[in-house]
Design a protein around this ligand. Structure first.
Ligand code: AMP
Ligand code: GLY
Length: 458
């Protein structure tokens, strides 16, 4: 192991004294080199927020995408190769590693770096189990009195099918492990439920589907509360609302998210307080289990008639939630992340811009199922030139200065505005300037919420 020669004494530059003693004031001359891991729209938005900080010296993104290439240095680094990752971090004098996606967290990339004395934003593998295993997560919620849907956990199809016979439909089927937001089926009939169960055990999600969670279906609007936590202090970010279904009017299959807005005025003060209380209980529960959790804890809530209940935890920033939350964050993100990594989050206070933010996902026709890629995208610069608009790249590839589609969710078009309508209209104006063969989006981001809570009563 290389850790004997590392740590704070071996590399004094990695923990600058200023970071130990000062709070969120601008710190001239205390620049830090940062490595951000990931390649989605979320990472482009994180890169953008880190890059605008005077505290950032050099920002590397591994592997990054066409958007991060414009504002940071993309690096071709195999993060599964621990030796290569550690060498890079030490050679480039990286003072903060930010891990964007869930897979490297579940795989223990944070553990490896942290054990080597590197300040990391993102939980270790034990904390990431809150997202990596639905069964673990449900047991954790139960143990910590966190309101959530009633459930059963099954390791074979016969028992799961018997539970459906007993409980009836509607019922929700969840693959236990990571499935890129596609492992959940809300089944309205027993037949649909049986089919989803068989698909899971037949290996549609690989190992991730060898255990299945079956849940009571809850109803109500959804709300995402992302929170910074260093394992002791928890600071909630501004709430946002994602749109999980592929098609308008919340129809079609679940996706990773098709569009999002913030703030979320349909959330009452009482509901907000309950969500904060649940997040606090979660952080306390992690601490009791001896889990050292530093990063983002994401609570996915449903605002049911019985109050907010937790749908799921994620161990990272939401995608596309980040694309509306970070543009509204006024506080320097480097300050927040370094404080989180060093367990000094109690020194931080967050402040938010009063503007609204709306982000629309431009996807490839066919997503979340099969889709073609490699189409040339036009109009991104024109869209970016509109006031208050940021186009974040998600699944793109740049070749010879041209941008091509390279994934299911291709671009996230975020706009800020003084009102919801202004932000939304700017976002869609920008979306309409962008084109490729097979561009697909929802036209109704935020529309249901603007009709008020009654839009969820049917
Ligand atoms: P999850 O990954 O567990 O958050 O599930 C993805 C999406 O499926 C959620 O955002 C909801 O839209 C939906 N969903 C999950 N669990 C339930 C449930 N118990 N009742 C109703 N909808 C659910
Ligand atoms: N937007 C949903 C997620 O990040 O999981």
């Amino acid at each position: 192991s290389r850790s004997g020669s590392r740590g704070d004494q071996g590399r004094p530059l990695r923990r600058r004294p200023e970071y130990e003693t000062t709070c969120c004031k601008a710190r001239k001359g205390t620049n830090v080199n940062i490595l951000l891991i990931g390649s989605g729209g979320r990472e482009h938005a994180i890169a953008w927020a880190l890059q605008k900080s005077p505290n950032t010296d050099v920002l590397y993104v591994a592997p990054g995408n066409g958007g991060t290439a414009e504002i940071a240095e993309n690096v071709d680094l195999d993060i599964a190769d621990g030796e290569a990752l550690l060498s890079f971090v030490h050679e480039r004098n990286i003072g903060l590693v930010v891990i964007g996606p869930e897979a490297p967290l579940v795989d223990g990339v944070a553990d490896l770096l942290r054990a080597d004395g590197v300040p990391v934003f993102g939980p270790n593998a034990d904390g990431a189990q809150l997202e990596g295993s639905k069964a673990y997560s449900k047991a954790f919620m139960e143990a910590n009195d966190i309101p959530t849907a009633a459930y059963g956990r099954f390791d074979d199809d016969a028992a799961a099918l018997a539970y459906v016979r007993e409980q009836g439909a509607p019922i929700v089927i969840k693959a236990d492990g990571l499935a890129a937001g596609k492992g959940v089926t809300v089944a309205l009939t027993k037949e649909e439920a049986n089919e989803a169960i068989c698909e899971c055990f037949d290996g549609r999600f690989g190992e991730a589907g060898s255990t299945v969670v079956l849940e009571e279906m809850m109803t109500g609007p959804e709300c995402s509360m992302l929170a910074f936590t260093d394992g002791v202090t928890m600071i909630p970010m501004a709430p946002s609302q994602d749109h999980k279904r592929a098609y308008e009017n919340d129809e079609g299959p679940n996706t990773g998210g098709m569009g999002v807005y913030s703030p979320v005025p349909i959330v009452t003060d009482e509901e907000h307080a309950t969500m904060v209380d649940i997040m606090e209980r979660a952080v306390a529960g992690l601490r009791e289990e001896g889990i050292d959790y530093r990063g983002v804890l994401y609570g996915g809530f449903m605002l049911t008639p019985q109050g907010p209940k937790l749908l799921e935890f994620n161990a990272r920033f939401g995608d596309p939630e980040t694309q509306v939350v970070l543009p509204r964050l006024e506080t320097d993100l480097v300050d927040v992340m370094v404080a989180t990594a060093q367990r000094r989050l109690s020194e931080i206070e967050l402040s938010w811009r009063p503007e609204w933010a709306v982000s629309v996902v431009l996807a490839s026709e066919g997503y979340p199922g099969d889709y073609a890629k490699g189409f040339e995208i036009t109009g991104i610069d024109e869209a970016n030139a509109l006031p208050g608009v940021h186009v974040y790249h998600a699944g793109t590839k740049v070749e010879d200065g041209k941008v091509y589609t390279n994934g299911g969710r291709v671009l996230n078009v975020t706009a800020l505005g003084g009102t919801f309508e202004e932000a939304r209209d700017r976002a869609y104006e920008a979306c309409d300037l962008i084109d490729w063969d097979g561009k697909f989006m929802r036209r109704d981001i935020g529309a249901r919420a603007m009709r008020g809570r009654s839009a969820w009563e049917s």
